[in-house]
Design a binder for this molecule. Sequence first.
Ligand code: DX5
Ligand code: ZN
Length: 224
Amino acid sequence: MTPPGPTPLIAPSILAADFARLADAAAAVDDKADWLHVDVMDNHFVPNLTIGLPVVTSLRKATGLPLDCHLMIDDPDRWAPPYAEQGAHNVTFHVEAAADPAGTARAIRSAGALAGLAIKPGTPLEPYLDLLRGFDTLLVMTVEPGFGGQAFRTDVLPKVREARRRVQSGHLRLHIEVDGGIDADTIEAAAEAGADVFVAGSAVYGADDPATAIDALRARAAVG
Ligand code: DX5
Ligand code: ZN
């Protein structure tokens, strides 16, 4: 008998919400979402600029949802731990931008959050398999980071599969998160490959009813 798969977690991304009404965006999903995904972009690591620490501090007070901060920024070694200090549940930074990813993960964990490592579509997983033993989350980008509304890339799914295999064999113990282009049509392939945390921006906040959209995603993820 196949062991039961991990319980899927759905993380709506407020990148697709109205930035003037972030508290309302959180409230619209607070009884359905597992995590609230917060995309921090600095216009250096990616060619887009979004929000930063003060907004996370305010969001923390505005919602009880666990904040899943995805830092698409340069110098995460310096800037990531404060997100944990401000009460983020999970703080993910990009390996491509970090000088000391292991040390930064330790600092995030010491400040009380889960530590996540993100890899861009073109970044291989293999060199980081041992490093990932010091992390709680692996974020496999399923689009090039920087913008919402892009098409899901199936070519990155082998990395999700390999990570799941390492979790099943006991080498790693972490969430495997996918981010970018996740909707009711693509979530099943990501779940089947072994992802257990699903970020969805447009598919949730672009829907007439964000809460119903989450139900639909969850139902599809469960068959993976
Ligand atoms: C892209 C961000 C994503 C984005 C996903 O760089 O990391 O979290 O919000 O948006 P959708 O779900 O619209 O692809
Ligand atoms: Zn993201």
